[in-house]
Ligand binder design. Structure first.
Ligand SMILES: [Zn+2]
Length: 110
């Protein structure tokens, strides 16, 4: 895996992973160290925060799965439409689709 590929993987999975980690960390804080403080201040706030973080976690997992599926489509050549990594226009040359924006390549026709 070269640097270009690492960068693309980061573009695809970096944000959902960061969001997931942030949600998990937040949940740890809410249910752990921050409990006394939050429970004293406003018990309802803690529940709301937990619910919010849980939905955030759900969204990030969904996002991650979605991107995994998109990458699978891209790799298997069934991806249709714009570039997966930058949203650029794809041009098909000799059965190989090349992105005009970031020059990512994939097999198959556009
Ligand atoms: Zn591109």
């Amino acid at each position: 895996m070269d640097m270009m590929q690492v960068e693309r993987m980061l573009k695809l999975f970096g944000w959902p992973l960061a969001l997931m980690l942030a949600a998990l960390l937040g949940m740890m804080v809410v249910s752990g160290a921050g409990v006394d403080l939050l429970a004293l201040a406003a018990p309802k706030l803690r529940d709301m925060l937990s619910l919010l973080l849980l939905s955030l976690l759900g969204c990030s997992v969904f996002w991650l799965l979605l991107n995994t599926w998109r990458l699978y489509c891209w790799e298997s050549g069934t991806w249709k439409g714009a570039c997966l990594f930058c949203g650029g226009h794809m041009q098909t040359v000799d059965g190989l689709s090349v992105c005009l924006g970031c020059s990512a390549r994939r097999e198959g026709w556009n």
